[in-house]
Write a protein that binds this ligand. Structure first.
Ligand SMILES: [Zn+2]
Length: 206
C-alpha cells in the first residue's frame, strides 16, 4: 500500500491488462526484462515446490520480495498484504507453509514509508476516517501502535510504527501453536525485517 501519488498518468484498465499480457509473453518467449528461468526449470518446478523461506510482506509495488532478495522461481513462498498484517487468510497461508512446505525460515518484512501503517497512525492520532474495508485492515495494525512515541517527528514516528507492526506480527506468530512447537524444536527460525526504500537494503531485526 502506497501513498496516493504517482509520477506519470495511470494507463487505462485495458492498457494495464495489455501490459500484463505483453509481459507474460516476453517471459514465455525468454525475453523478460528481468532475470528469469529457462523453460526446463519451469517444467521441473511444475512437479513440486520446496521454497527455502516464507516471506510475509506488504503489497507495496516497491517491495517485491523475489527481486529484493534476488530469489528465483520456487525459492520463496510469499504472502503479500497491505501493511503485512496477520489476518485469518494470511495465518492459514503461513500455517500451510509451516505444516506442509516446512520452510525453515519465516520473515515478516515491513518497509519504510508504508502507506497502510501511515493510515493506521492517522486513524489513531488524528482521528482520520477510512473506507470500511480499509478500516478492517487497519485494525490489524492499530494494536502495534500502543507503545510508539506519538511525539516523534512524522518520519521517525512512521519508522517506529513500521518496526512495531513487524515486531507485533512476529510475536503473534511465535505465540501460535505451530510457531511455538517449530521454534522450540529449532527446525524453524522466525525473524522480522524492514526494507529501506531509499537504499534497497533489508535490515533484519534482532
Ligand atoms: Zn506498505
Amino acid at each position: 500500500m502506497t501513498e496516493d501519488r504517482h509520477q506519470a498518468p495511470l494507463p487505462s484498465p485495458e492498457d494495464a491488462l495489455t501490459r500484463l499480457k505483453m509481459g507474460n509473453l516476453r517471459f514465455v518467449l525468454g525475453e523478460a526484462r528481468f532475470p528469469t528461468v529457462p523453460r526446463e526449470v519451469l517444467a521441473d518446478l511444475a512437479k513440486g515446490q520446496q521454497p527455502f523461506a516464507t516471506i510475509l510482506a506488504c503489497s507495496d509495488s516497491r517491495v517485491p520480495p523475489e527481486l529484493v532478495f534476488d530469489a528465483g522461481f520456487g525459492e520463496l513462498f510469499v504472502v503479500r498484504v497491505a501493511g503485512n498484517v496477520l489476518g485469518s487468510a494470511v495465518a492459514g497461508t503461513l500455517q500451510y507453509a509451516t505444516v506442509h512446505l516446512r520452510t525453515p525460515l519465516f520473515v515478516v518484512m515491513g518497509h519504510q514509508g508504508c502507506g497502510a501503517v501511515k493510515a493506521a497512525l492517522a486513524a489513531k492520532f488524528e482521528g482520520a476516517l477510512h473506507c470500511e474495508r480499509i478500516e478492517l485492515l487497519l485494525e490489524g495494525i492499530l494494536p502495534s501502535l500502543d507503545d510508539v512515541d506519538a511525539t516523534l517527528p512524522a518520519a521517525a514516528l512512521l519508522d517506529a510504527a513500521v518496526e512495531a507492526n513487524v515486531r507485533r506480527t512476529v510475536r503473534q506468530l511465535r505465540a501460535s501453536p505451530e510457531g511455538r512447537a517449530e521454534l522450540a524444536s529449532g527446525a524453524m527460525k522466525l525473524v522480522g525485517a524492514v526494507y529501506d526504500l531509499d537504499t534497497g537494503r533489508v535490515r533484519f531485526l534482532e
